[in-house]
Design a protein around this ligand. Sequence first.
Ligand SMILES: Nc1nc2c(c(=O)[nH]1)N[C@H]1C(S)=C(S)[C@@H](COP(=O)(O)O)O[C@H]1N2
Ligand SMILES: [Mo]
Length: 188
Amino acid sequence: MIPVRRISLPLILMLIGSLVLVSGCIDTTPPDDYPAWNLTLVGDGETVLTHPEIRALPAAEGYGYSVSTVGIKHGPNHYRGVLLADLVQAAGGAEENDLIYVSAEDGYLWVFGMDQVRGEGFFTFDENLKEVPPPPLRVILAYEQDKRPLPLDEGGPLRLIIITESPDVITEGSPWVKWVDRVEVQKR
Ligand SMILES: Nc1nc2c(c(=O)[nH]1)N[C@H]1C(S)=C(S)[C@@H](COP(=O)(O)O)O[C@H]1N2
Ligand SMILES: [Mo]
């Protein structure tokens, strides 16, 4: 009988090592899972960003939790995307008084002030929908929900999401524009 301890330790370590290496290489969100989708930025001129170009921009992540007009809560989920502020910069920048029009394929439009682009000026609530003082908020155009491409039936591939560092902060759902295809700086 071969004693178990005779199985070479270096061999076991090599096996474990290669397993770790292989698992590290498995990307849970293969790029093929992201649908083809363009985002039009309108400011000084007009720029069209492809989905891979959007994902190549610096990413921001956090938790999003919303309540719809009819009181239905959605979340919390973890989101990853690009800051609306960065998209405004990419469109050529904006003055403090300008308005940012974020619109979607279905014609839905929500207008943001520059304070909101910085994450200010939103109401925040706890689980009982009691208003709470707003923690730091950021506004992103999300392409990932819980480490997966944002599904179409949840407003993907690109949805406006208000994120926080903790998962228990609720914001109003109306600014969470689904299916975003256009961000426009309106000069005032
Ligand atoms: N494109 C688009 N985005 C939209 C809407 C819409 O009609 N079209 N409705 C908004 C409103 S008013 C709310 S309350 C939330 C509802 O989000 P839910 O479907 O995830 O609950 O989406 C927002 N985003
Ligand atoms: Mo709503």
